[in-house]
Write a protein that binds this ligand. Structure first.
Ligand SMILES: [Zn+2]
Length: 459
C-alpha cells in the first residue's frame, strides 16, 4: 500500500546517469508522500503495492525522470512573437538591448511576472520539465518581483530555484555611459527578502538562488558582495558568463569575464553560469578549476550570433554542463535536447560527438548536480523525490530498450508527456494541468501581454 503505483511501463531510471541507468521492461514505480519508495518489475511490485491509493496502468508508455532546466526567464513568454524589425538587429547588442531590455525587461510589472510565470510554468510542466532555475528581471517594478514569481510557481506546482538579477544597469541608459550601484543594492535586497522568506527546507518547491546579471554590468565591488551573500546564506549564484564577444570585456577591462569573475572571487561549484560561448583556453581552465556549472542555452546562443559554445571541450575539461532555455523560444525541453544533440555534430563536423544520452543527461543528472540537488532529483531511485513523467510515444515504430534513446533525440516532443508528478503530486494527468484552469491561466497572460505590448511605444 502506497500513495501511487505506476505499472507495466518501460521504466528508464537514468540512475546514476542515462547510459548506465537501469531500463526496466514491464516495470513499475511506487510513490509514497513526496518520495519514490520502490522500483522494479511490475510482477514483483504488484503483490505489495497493487492496492495503492492510486494505480496507473502505463502499458505502452515510458516512465522517465522529470527534466531540469538550469536557466530561464519565464516572463520572456510575453515577448514571444514580438514584432521586431529584424533588419535592425545586426549584433548581439541589438538583440539584448532591443528585444530584451527595452522591449520587455524594462516594461514588465509584477502582475505581468505573476501571469507569465504561471503560464510558462504550466507549459513547462505539461511538456515534462519539473524543475527550473529562474532569473527574474524587472528594474522598473523591482520590489516584490520575486514574490510574484514565487506565488505563481507555488500555485502551478513546478519545482524552482530562483533569484532576482542583480545589475548596476539603469533602465533607459547605455551601460557604456552609466552604471549605478544603487540598482544593484535594490537587487540584493530583493534577493535577500526571498532568501530569508524561504530558508532551506521551508518549502518543498522553492529554493532561492542569488541572481547576478553579468560581469560587464556590475562593478568588482558588487560581484564581491554577491559572493559574500551567497556564502552567508549558502544559496548559490546564477549568472550569465561570456554571452557577448570576449573582445568587448578585454578591450574595456583587459580581462575576460571568467578572469574578472575569478578575481572577484565569485566563481565556485555553487555557481550556475548561463551561455559561456566566447571563451578561450584560459577561460575554459578558469571555469574548470573553479568547478563552475555551465547552463548551455543553444538557441539563444545561436540567435545572438556569438558562435557555438565549446561544449565538447568543456566536458573534456571536466566541466559539468547542463541545459538552459532562456524562455526566449519554445518552452519544450525536447526541442533544446534535439538542438544540442545536432548542433555540436554539425559545428565540429563530427557525428560521433554528442551521443543521445549526453544531452539527456544535461537535462537530468548534470542539471541536478548544477543546482546542488543530485541527491534528490534528476533520476528515478528509491529515496529520491518523486518527480516523474509518463510519456506516450507518438510514432509508428516500437519504443523498446534498444530504441528508446533514439526516440528521445529523433521524435520525442513535449506534447507526448501524458502525466507529470512533482514532489509526489500528480500535477498533469491525461495531458491536462491539475493545479489550475488552463484557460484562465492563458487569458490572464494574454491580458498582461497586451498591456506590456501597449506600453511598448515601438508598436
Ligand atoms: Zn539569461
Amino acid at each position: 500500500m502506497a500513495d501511487l503505483f505506476i505499472k507495466n511501463a518501460l521504466v528508464m531510471t537514468c540512475e546514476p546517469d542515462v547510459i548506465s541507468g537501469r531500463v526496466i521492461e514491464n516495470g513499475g514505480v511506487v510513490v509514497d508522500g513526496d518520495k519514490i519508495i520502490a522500483l522494479g518489475k511490475t510482477e514483483e511490485l504488484e503483490p505489495l503495492y497493487g492496492s495503492s491509493k492510486k494505480v496507473i496502468n502505463a502499458a505502452g508508455k515510458i516512465v522517465f525522470p522529470g527534466f531540469i532546466i538550469t536557466h530561464t526567464h519565464m516572463p520572456y513568454v510575453m515577448g514571444h512573437n514580438q514584432p521586431v524589425d529584424f533588419s535592425q538587429l545586426r549584433s548581439f547588442w541589438d538583440m539584448l538591448q532591443k528585444m530584451g531590455w527595452e522591449w520587455l525587461e524594462d516594461l514588465i510589472t509584477r502582475d505581468g511576472i505573476y501571469a507569465s510565470t504561471r503560464y510558462a510554468a504550466a507549459k513547462m510542466l505539461k511538456s515534462g520539465t519539473t524543475t527550473v532555475c529562474e532569473l527574474v528581471e524587472a528594474p522598473n517594478d523591482l520590489e516584490g518581483a520575486l514574490e510574484a514569481s514565487c506565488a505563481a510557481i507555488e500555485e502551478i506546482g513546478i519545482r524552482a530555484q530562483l533569484g532576482y538579477e542583480v545589475t548596476e544597469r539603469v533602465p533607459g541608459k547605455s551601460i557604456l555611459d552609466c552604471l549605478d550601484k544603487k540598482m544593484a543594492e535594490r537587487g540584493f535586497e530583493e534577493n535577500i527578502r526571498i532568501i530569508e522568506k524561504y530558508p532551506k527546507g521551508s518549502s518543498s518547491l522553492i529554493m532561492p538562488r542569488l541572481g547576478v546579471h553579468t560581469a560587464y554590468t556590475n562593478s568588482l565591488a558588487t560581484l564581491k558582495k554577491a559572493r559574500e551573500i551567497a556564502d552567508e546564506y549558502g544559496c548559490g549564484i546564477q549568472i550569465h558568463i561570456a554571452e557577448i564577444p570576449r573582445a568587448f570585456l578585454v578591450e574595456k577591462y583587459g580581462k575576460s569575464a571568467p578572469m574578472l569573475l575569478e578575481e572577484a572571487g565569485l566563481l565556485g561549484p555553487d555557481v550556475v553560469a548561463a551561455h559561456c560561448i566566447d571563451i578561450d583556453d584560459e577561460d575554459l581552465n578558469i571555469l574548470a578549476r573553479n568547478g563552475v556549472n555551465v547552463a548551455h542555452t543553444p538557441m539563444t546562443n545561436s540567435l545572438g550570433g556569438n558562435g557555438v559554445a565549446r561544449v565538447p571541450e568543456m566536458m573534456e575539461a571536466g566541466i559539468n554542463v547542463s541545459l538552459g532555455h532562456d524562455c526566449f523560444f519554445t518552452l519544450d525541453t525536447a526541442e533544446y535536447i534535439r538542438y544540442t544533440y545536432l548542433i555540436h555534430k554539425a559545428h565540429n563536423a563530427n557525428p560521433a560527438l554528442m551521443p543521445p544520452f549526453v544531452p539527456l543527461d544535461f537535462a537530468l543528472g548534470n542539471a541536478a548536480k548544477a543546482l546542488g540537488m543530485k541527491k534528490s532529483i534528476g533520476s528515478l531511485a528509491e529515496g529520491k523525490k518523486a518527480d516523474i513523467l509518463i510519456i506516450k510515444p507518438d510514432c509508428p515504430t516500437p519504443v523498446i530498450p534498444a530504441s528508446v534513446m533514439s526516440y528521445f533525440t529523433m521524435t520525442f516532443l513535449g506534447k507526448d508527456v501524458e502525466s507529470v508528478i512533482v514532489d509526489g503530486k500528480l500535477v498533469v494527468e491525461d495531458f491536462r494541468l491539475k493545479t489550475g484552469n488552463e484557460d484562465e491561466i492563458m487569458q490572464t497572460c494574454v491580458k498582461e501581454s497586451a498591456l506590456l505590448w501597449a506600453r511598448n511605444e515601438k508598436i
